[in-house]
Design a binder for this molecule. Sequence first.
Ligand SMILES: [Zn+2]
Length: 192
Amino acid sequence: MAKLYFRYGAMGSGKTIDLLKVAYNYEERGQKVLIFAPAIDNRYGVGKITTRVGLQRDAKILDKSFNIYEYIKNMNQKIDCILVDESNFLTKKQVTELSDVVDFLNIPVICYGLRADFKQNFFEGSHHLMEIADKIEEIKTICECGAKATVNMRFVDGKAVTQGEQVLIGGNESYKAVCRKCYKRYINYSPK
Ligand SMILES: [Zn+2]
């Protein structure tokens, strides 16, 4: 029976590399995979997903109105696995559609994404995946202190920030994955 997977990890944990590895393994066996990526993050150009180590490949880019279930149902082609990059940017409805792909079309779906934003709040897509996925798996990476990194800290002009929109496109911000304790140190937090 097919399952819905959510593999989450902080920035730089190698989620997209893992996705490409899974795609390669299916295709090596002569099986067909579909790769989706929500459109909101177009840093690397529409139509491609790219990793920090330079690997890239084509992906179907989705906007928020795209119905994933209808698209796959109407493809009339045998699909063995669906892979979703940056699944944190999916809408709640699109996560439900992916669960319908699993339950009604019997195709496994593996979603990769961030758990939470730089303010430590869920993304819409990750939130619903955490609620309904059959299997939730963490892809780990390390903070500069050696602990597990869980927070995607946002820097603007070199300074850690705690305010701002959840998604910025084309801004001068950058990100660093750190542990929660280091995050509190960076933002000069103290318990009240
Ligand atoms: Zn740390």
